[in-house]
Design a protein around this ligand. Structure first.
Ligand code: ADP
Ligand code: MG
Length: 292
């Protein structure tokens, strides 16, 4: 039942105090929310239902909120934001989440320019384990990008995957047909789905490949800013390179893993399990042990 049930007005505000602004998306704003009883800090994703006046669109938004909520409440993983509460009021929808207090991985990479191989490995390892967990639950995220990878702690690069607004549950023999996601990170089979038919959970591996590429050098593999052809054609053609001098000192193993993740044909693309067993990820992370 996708109806948004009316709860007592202001139930959310009776329980939480809203503080700093953390971020903004298409429909949502995200703010720090402090539990009035315990003083504990969370992130509240707040959707203003009145911003959308068109009934059809509002229905769609309510539905997306419902899907995001139901998917997130099934998931429990150290590298994925957890839901602590859901409030549905007449004008606002609230999702109370783990607070990732160090912001987006995007901003941290802008600050550092790029990540060392050890740091990039740390980030990728956590993301692969998170995706493996999602895959086992039949969930595809579909919108993995630097803005949706949040930092719990920027020093140790402990991350939390967020924004399940486009996520989907797929059955074993069900495939997805919808075109969605952010162009820069989107897998080729998503762009050509109208012509080719179906795609499945390897779309998240592609997006992770784009994330890994950016982590290692600080700029994206596909872009409309550098040179033609249009980004869409670059993606479909798998047209990217490892330009000098940025990639000169990066290990062949790291480059090999990027190439395997950015395989245009899904059947040629490395799986999450095989990526976890790849030599680059087997290299030790500076004495840290990562048993998640
Ligand atoms: P949208 O679906 O509108 O993109 P997101 O869930 O991605 O919304 O949230 C938008 C932004 O808010 C994120 O990119 C991030 O900067 C911030 N944000 C979201 N969730 C959290 C959180 N749990 N902790 C800290 N910041 C968050
Ligand atoms: Mg987002």
């Amino acid at each position: 039942n996708l109806e948004i049930h009316r709860q007592e007005p202001c139930l959310f505000k009776q329980s939480y105090l809203l503080a700093d602004h953390l971020g903004k998306g298409a429909f949502a704003q995200v703010r720090v929310a402090i539990n009035r009883v315990t003083g504990e800090r969370f992130a509240a994703k707040i959707i203003d239902r009145n911003r959308i006046t068109q009934l059809e669109k509002r229905k769609k938004m309510d539905e997306n909120f419902q899907i995001e909520t139901s998917i997130l409440s099934r998931v429990r993983h150290p590298a994925i934001v957890q839901v602590h509460g859901v409030f549905r009021e007449h004008d606002y929808l609230y999702l109370v989440l783990d607070l990732a207090s160090d912001g987006e991985l995007f901003d941290e990479i802008v600050r550092r320019e790029f990540l060392s191989e050890d740091d990039a490995r740390r980030v990728l390892l956590q993301l692969l384990l998170a995706i493996r967990h999602l895959n086992r639950l039949g969930i595809v995220h579909r919108d993995i990008k630097l803005e949706n990878i949040l930092l719990e702690d920027k020093k140790s690069l402990r991350i939390k995957l967020a924004d399940f607004g486009l996520a989907k549950i797929v059955g074993e023999h069900m495939f997805m047909k919808t075109v969605c996601g952010t162009p820069m990170y989107v897998a080729p089979e998503v762009l050509t789905v109208r012509q080719q038919g179906m795609y499945d959970n390897l779309v998240d591996v592609w997006s992770l490949g784009v994330v890994l590429y950016i982590c290692l050098c600080g700029f994206p593999p596909f872009s409309d800013e550098l040179s033609p052809p249009p980004m869409r054609d670059q993606i479909i053609g798998g047209m990217y390179s490892f330009p000098s001098p940025y990639w000169d000192d990066i290990s062949p193993d790291a480059i090999d893993l990027v190439c395997r993740m950015l395989q245009v044909a899904p059947k040629d693309r490395i799986t999450v399990d095989d990526a976890l067993a790849h030599p680059w990820l087997k290299a030790r992370c500076n004495g840290h042990s990562w048993t998640i």
